[in-house]
Design a protein around this ligand. Structure first.
Ligand SMILES: Cc1cc2nc3c(=O)[nH]c(=O)nc-3n(C[C@H](O)[C@H](O)[C@H](O)COP(=O)(O)OP(=O)(O)OC[C@H]3O[C@@H](n4cnc5c(N)ncnc54)[C@H](O)[C@@H]3O)c2cc1C
Length: 335
């Protein structure tokens, strides 16, 4: 009951610092996430400036209600039971792109990744093209160290500017970001990513555009496009790759390509994607993740980790396989 009262007083306080259109109550998270899954969030706040964001974070810190920072929700599994707290969306108001005389690019966390990549290419700079087809915000990409072709955006990052919980603006240098494959220090730091500085190599624009076109064509041919999904579910693991191939191949070899539970299915096009065929629940997705993890582990001895992160109703955010862990015994029912 204490948390219900806290959320209510937080909502009242947020109304004093945000315009009405920037605040929504009881919004189904299915309308925000790419998987089109998830029950209602108590509050969704979409600040439109750093000042508004700072006030929002100060209120949340003061009242202590659970909160989560999101971009486009393209790497998040929202729960069927929703979220008892405040979702803070970092949207296009936090965009922006500038190239300084030293060739350093500064871009805002709310930028749409394909637009950011196009701007880098138009500036005749190489290094971001691999991310041309990734449908999320730059803040999400920086946090997840997203990329394609075994590359990650972190390779070109000089520094990331964040808003800390205490309201201070801090610049985190590359050496402290701990960028590893699909991982970064930002995933465990309770800070809001605002922008980043990048260094890219000079290159021929025409060649970069051709490269972008062929990457997009390859993605269109390989990945499911019609059904709602969240991209790759499991992270590629070098040991698994050497033994059997990427996660999609391992799931296929485990006999699960096309397998479904409820409305969720391992895509018949690419087994490392779970698609929502209509009415999928987070529980269905978590069970599929647990099943694939246990089957592939039985086959290879290697446990795959999920890239996709699950938001629990109490605000716990963690890789989805950690939630599905206790579903493994249930998953064996499908074996
Ligand atoms: C069809 C499809 C294809 C995809 N292909 C790829 C791919 O090829 N490669 C790849 O790496 N990913 C891929 N993804 C996953 C996803 O698009 C990327 O990880 C993306 O950059 C996430 O951005 P987002 O804004 O949607 O982040 P969200 O899903 O909203 O958030 C992801 C994580 O980042 C945190 N976060 C987001 N914004 C901020 C911020 N401003 N400050 C602090 N924390 C923040 C969230 O709390 C969460 O932990 C794909 C997804 C889809 C749906």
């Amino acid at each position: 009951m204490r948390s219900v009262a806290a959320v209510r007083s937080t909502a009242d306080a947020l109304q004093t610092v945000l315009p009405p259109h920037a605040l929504t109550f009881d919004l189904p998270l299915a309308t925000l996430g790419r998987w089109r899954i998830g029950g209602p969030a108590d509050v969704v706040a979409s600040p439109e400036s750093i000042e508004m964001l700072r006030e929002v974070m100060a209120i949340i810190t003061r009242t202590g209600v659970p909160h989560v920072i999101v971009g486009d929700g393209s790497n998040l599994l929202y729960d069927d039971a929703g979220f008892r707290g405040v979702v803070v969306r970092i949207g296009r108001a936090f965009g922006g792109f500038a190239l300084d005389e030293d060739g350093v690019v500064n871009a805002g966390a709310g930028s749409w990744v394909p637009c950011f990549v196009r701007q880098v290419i138009d500036a005749g700079l190489a290094g971001a093209t691999h991310a041309i087809g990734i449908p999320g915000t730059l803040g999400g990409l920086l946090t997840m160290n997203g990329g394609s072709q075994r590359r990650g955006i972190g390779e070109n990052v000089l520094s990331v500017d964040v808003l800390e919980r205490d309201g201070s603006l801090v610049r985190i240098e590359q050496a402290d970001l701990d960028y590893r494959y699909r991982q970064s220090a930002l995933q465990t730091r309770a800070a809001v990513v605002l922008s980043a500085r990048f260094h890219f190599a000079l290159a021929d624009r025409h060649t970069l555009r051709q490269e972008a076109i062929s990457i997009l064509a390859a993605r269109r041919a390989k990945f499911p496009r019609v059904r709602a999904n969240c991209g790759s579910v499991f992270v590629s693991d070098p040991a698994l790759y050497n033994l059997i191939g990427p996660p999609g191949m391992a799931i296929e070899k485990a006999g699960l390509k096309g397998f479904s539970i409820g409305g969720a299915q391992f895509s018949p096009d690419h087994a490392n994607f779970i698609v929502n065929n209509g009415g999928a629940r987070s529980q269905d997705v978590l069970e599929l993740i647990a099943l694939a993890r246990s089957r592939v582990q039985a086959l290879t001895g290697i446990a795959m980790d999920a890239e996709v992160r699950h938001l629990a109703p109490d605000g716990t955010l963690r890789p989805a396989h950690e939630v599905g862990h206790n579903l493994t015994s249930k998953a064996t029912l499908y074996s």
